[in-house]
Design a protein around this ligand. Structure first.
Ligand code: ATP
Length: 429
């Protein structure tokens, strides 16, 4: 884990938040490579969940929502953790993490009785800070979908089964954030709410558990590092019929990447009751009116980014040296191609390399780098997962060919400059 954290900082994937002020604990900023990787991951999710299907619609709801949303959803009443403080060292612990509820696990001091803390961030809308203006930063994106259910029915007239997908920030005032970006107070979620006839919910649930699990595999997570963990009945929320977590074998242990739940008709019924609006679905063939059940695959962007980095991090021995290479899937790799002049003091080579890079950039995420000797440039690109390095040398000036090096095999091939873009586009497709 330390190696991954250090690589993330050194190469510009993830920095500590507010670093120059000593940091704000457990906040993280994504640097140039991090933002690309994160965007690629979100795009891959959207591609498989929205674009490749006919039955799912995208949306982007506001983070701030009417406070009644959180009453109806049960978050005001139920979304809390129990925590105890150590009277001696003053540290705070999540009750669920304590094996001995009376004794501090760090200093052995006496613990206070467990108290409930709501995990929602609370603030005020407008200039007056009174109880009437309280709003919460959403602790999940899902509610933005539920409250738009009727809007979507009106706007698009979808037939069951259909889904609504959303990616966005969520906030939870977690008691025990940590493990780098795994658990933070501000994070991004990718959530799908899939509406089905009640009698079809178990089938749809099994489908989505499988589909979401396979999505991680298709994007390259190693099979041995991924598993499904069905919840037992005692773990389930009172309204949920079933839930399965997709877990990843992080260096700190197996932990949740995504949860897939059968939420029944709880959410729509709650919002219908609290808002007084009709949130039933009308089946015009069967002439029936009913509340659909909801299957919810809910994943974390930041956790997935971390899992993909950890999984891709590879150290290989190459001629008595250790090569660090980030073997990210081609869809996720932040940079696809790097163009590198072999001799940076030869203006004709530099010029040719720059013009090749400029042309590739129109279609492929490409960087140009001439700030070091070729060995160093290769190492740098390997560490950030760049798929192909294109080297321009003296011979290129004459034979109009360049050397293309594959990140994973390190094999090199001479390719004509006029064929290069097509060659790379084929490899990347
Ligand atoms: P955990 O048990 O780890 O707290 P959860 O079961 O409360 O997670 P859900 O409410 O199911 O999580 O949220 C769906 C997804 O959102 C999680 O699978 C995770 O990927 C992500 N997520 C939830 N809380 C956090 C957090 N504090 N930091 C980063 N990601 C989070």
């Amino acid at each position: 884990m330390e190696k991954v954290v250090s690589l993330c900082k050194r190469r510009g994937f993830i920095f500590a938040g507010s670093d120059i002020y000593g940091g704000l604990s457990n906040t993280w900023d994504y640097g140039p490579y991090g933002v690309e990787l994160k965007n690629n991951l979100k795009r891959a999710w959207w591609q498989s969940v929205v674009y490749e299907r006919n039955d799912i619609y995208g949306m982007d709801a506001a983070i701030l929502m009417h406070p009644k949303v959180w009453e109806a959803s049960g978050h005001v009443e139920n979304f809390f953790d129990l925590k105890s403080d150590c009277k001696q060292c003053k540290k705070r612990f999540k009750d669920a993490d304590l094996s001995d509820k009376k004794k501090c696990p760090e200093c052995g001091g006496e613990l206070t009785e467990a108290r409930a803390f709501n995990l929602m961030f609370k603030t005020h809308q407008g200039p007056v800070e009174d109880a009437q203006n309280v709003v919460y930063l959403r602790p999940e994106t899902a509610q933005g979908i539920f409250v738009n259910f009727a809007n979507l029915l009106d706007a698009r007239h979808p037939k069951l089964p259909f889904g609504i997908a959303q990616i966005g920030k969520s906030f939870r005032n977690e008691i025990t954030p940590g493990n780098f970006t795994f658990r933070t107070r501000e994070f991004e979620q990718m959530e799908l709410e899939y509406f089905v006839r009640p009698e079809k919910s178990e089938e749809a649930y099994a489908y989505w558990v499988n589909e979401r699990f396979n999505w991680y595999l298709r994007l390259g997570l190693k099979k041995e590092n991924l598993k499904q963990r069905p919840h037992d009945k005692t773990e389930l929320a009172h309204y949920a019929l079933a839930c399965t977590d997709v877990e990843y074998n992080f260096p700190f242990g197996w932990s949740e990447l995504e949860g897939i739940a059968n939420r029944t008709d709880f959410d729509l019924k709650q919002h219908a009751q609290a808002s007084g609006k009709d949130l039933q679905y009308f089946d015009d063939q069967a002439k029936e009116r009913f509340y659909p059940y909801i299957i919810e695959p809910s994943g974390g962007v930041d956790r997935s980014v971390l899992a993909f980095i950890v999984d891709a991090y590879t150290e290989e021995k190459v001629k008595d040296e250790i090569r660090v290479v980030l073997k990210l899937h081609k869809t996720l790799a932040p940079t696809k191609v790097a163009v590198l002049p072999l001799l940076r003091n030869r203006p004709e080579i530099v010029e040719l390399a720059k013009s090749i890079a400029a042309d590739l950039k129109k279609n492929i995420i490409t960087v140009y780098d001439d700030t070091g000797a070729i060995g160093k440039l290769y190492r740098r690109q390997d560490e950030v997962g760049t798929l192909y390095c294109v080297t321009v040398d003296v011979q290129s000036l004459e034979d109009k060919q360049v050397t293309v090096r594959d990140r994973d095999t390190m094999q090199q091939e001479r390719i004509g400059i006029d064929q290069l873009k097509q060659y790379l586009l084929t490899k990347l497709s």
